[in-house]
Design a protein around this ligand. Structure first.
Ligand code: PBG
Length: 331
């Protein structure tokens, strides 16, 4: 056999030869401390249980959510994002600003049991309105921006009083970050941070979440307040505005189809950037894995590191627990 030898000085394959060498030159890693696990909490115990379109994800009662936080804590997942599913809904989302509402009770119970765990509360009205839109409707059936901001401020204060560490407005109303910041400061909650869903697109990938949170709009869609998917410059403008208004963390959502936006935001801003790996992205991967069409563990690892590589600091993902369990020391 004739052995050919290329005159080649540079051979990138040299550093891919063994697992140790590959680890030595690995550029990015997923740090469990940067993962956030979303939790759905129900007011009515009868609504608790598994979510069909999100295998492995459950709706918890306040008590079972506290237990789940204990399990997450043991795996070093120490930040949770709460979504409430109230017993009653109305046009004004009044169950959202109830001081004893489901999110307020869950936040108190979690902070009592695990004071070091960081509790983020998603702040929106879509789970609390009977029409399923994210705010108060005007005569034309569109969401009234300023009336909705007033409502968000009212709810945000009840969250802060319940011990929430970070308030995360996901409604996409204009001017809400400043209004929430001012209201928090006026009540001496200057330590409560704001993580703004800044570049939140009107996306088909929220489908499974709307089943989980019972928040599907009863008519129309969210295109008059969430962003139009083809836009990039507008995302940077939204992020810049939220930073000016006092956001501590800004977010890009969904994740996978918007990695270019995460990268663009990373290059433009120094503020910590969160990315939300949403329900549809989770459901897609789980469904393919359940069919044997994709290798789940490798796919999850590859997916999560893509967010780090794109420049995200914080990753909100339904895979947080499963990833942490698989990568726990001794696992
Ligand atoms: C509330 C909210 C939604 C999500 C997070 N907060 C749904 C929506 O905007 O319709 C989606 C999260 C997910 O799909 O995992 N407005």
């Amino acid at each position: 056999m004739i052995r050919t030898r290329l005159q080649q000085l540079i051979r990138p394959r040299r550093l891919r030869r063994t697992p140790t060498l590959r680890a030595l030159v690995r550029e990015h890693r997923v740090d469990v401390a940067k993962l956030v696990q979303p939790l759905f909490i129900v007011e009515n115990a009868g609504d608790a249980g598994p979510i069909g379109s999100m295998p492995g994800i459950h709706r918890y009662t306040v008590e079972s959510a506290v237990q789940e936080v204990g399990l997450l804590d043991a795996l070093d997942v120490r930040t949770v994002l709460l979504f409430g599913i109230p017993e009653t809904k109305d046009a004004a989302a009044s169950s959202n600003y109830d001081p004893n509402g489901v999110v307020q009770r869950a936040a108190r119970a979690i902070k009592d049991a695990f004071p070091h765990v960081i509790v983020i509360a998603d702040l929106c009205n879509c789970e609390y309105t009977d029409h399923g839109h994210c705010g108060i409707l005007d005569e034309s059936g569109d969401v009234d921006n300023d009336a909705t901001v007033e409502l968000l401020v009212r709810t945000a204060l009840t969250y802060a009083r319940a011990g929430v560490d970070i308030i995360a407005p996901s409604d996409m109303m204009d001017g809400r970050v400043r209004a929430i910041r001012e209201a928090l400061d006026a009540e001496d909650f200057e330590r409560v941070a704001i993580m703004a869903y800044s570049a939140k697109y009107s996306s088909a990938f929220y489908g499974p979440f709307r089943e989980a949170a019972d928040s599907t709009p009863q008519f129309g869609d969210r295109r008059t307040y969430q962003m139009d998917p083809p836009n990039e410059r507008e995302a940077l403008r939204e992020i810049a505005l939220d930073i000016e208004e006092g956001a501590d963390v800004v977010m890009v959502k969904p994740g996978l189809p918007y990695l270019d936006i995460v990268r663009a935001a990373r290059e433009s801003f120094d503020t910590p950037i969160a990315v939300y790996n949403v329900s549809g992205e989770y459901a897609m991967l789980k469904a393919a894995a359940q069919n044997g069409w994709i290798e789940e563990e490798r796919a999850v690892d590859e997916l999560l590191v893509s967010f780090v590589r794109a420049g995200a600091d914080i990753i909100i993902t339904y895979f947080a627990k499963e990833f942490a369990a698989r990568h726990a020391p001794g696992a």
